[in-house]
Design a protein around this ligand. Structure first.
Ligand SMILES: [Fe+2]
Length: 227
């Protein structure tokens, strides 16, 4: 799947690739419908993406345009099932009145494609929070090293894991295909290190790559569309 994902223009080295899909989930009926992308003057289909003031210092106060996923990825049954499962599991774990409303589910398909001697970034290079709960689904990992996830205390946000006090590091893992890491954002900080080509990789399964689906769900707000 990752070979279909175009380069992320916000990675100047061109070693990270990204597309985005959005859905509306209706908790009452359990249905999931695709939310259409915007269409630019150049006919490119995209979703505006803004994480909030000061959330990502790499893109402060800046809205990004993320290329919309092609229709066959939006309609992919595994991606759709992950989106539905995300909402149902969040509703069960963290119930609240907002679950009477439709929710916007956002799925980022992000692939790191390092080259020999050139790493591909996974996250900002320090422990951070994103102001939203996120599931990280690892779908492909071929011929790479790195990409280790670290979960830290909120107090360690802003520090590289190597700089944080050991008792501020809560969990470390390197996800394998089919595994998921859920991050309850308000309670922790997180980081993942860059991905490199495994020097022992013989290339028989194509270019070295790591591909994830990052997914979040929040109450859908129509206000911007009627402003
Ligand atoms: Fe993050």
């Amino acid at each position: 799947m990752s070979e279909e994902i175009p380069a992320d223009p916000y990675d100047p080295r061109g070693l990270r690739h990204r597309v985005m899909a959005c859905y509306i989930f209706h908790p009452g009926s359990g249905t999931l419908l695709p939310w259409p992308a915007d269409i630019g003057a150049d006919e490119e289909q995209f979703y505006p993406f803004f994480q909030g003031d000061g959330v990502n210092p790499e893109f402060p106060d800046r809205e990004r345009r993320i290329t919309a996923a092609p229709a066959h990825i939006v309609g992919n049954s595994i991606v759709r099932q992950l989106a539905i499962h995300q909402c149902l599991s969040m509703k069960a774990a963290f119930p609240g009145a907002h679950w009477s409303q439709p929710h916007l589910v956002t799925a980022h398909l992000v692939a790191q494609r390092p080259k020999p001697g050139k790493t591909s970034p996974v996250s900002p290079n320090y422990l951070h929070q994103d102001l939203e709960d996120t599931a990280i689904h690892l779908i492909e990992r071929i011929g790479v090293t790195g990409g280790q996830s670290v979960i830290g205390k909120v107090a360690a946000a802003g520090l590289h894991p190597s700089e944080a006090s050991p008792n501020h590091i809560l969990y470390k893992c390197t996800l394998r295909p089919g595994e998921t890491l859920y991050i309850r954002d308000s309670m922790v900080s997180h980081h993942a290190n860059a991905v490199s080509v495994d020097p022992d990789y013989d290339g028989k399964d194509g270019p070295a790559r790591r591909c994830t689906i990052l997914m979040d769900a929040k109450p859908f707000n129509l206000e911007p569309y009627y402003a």
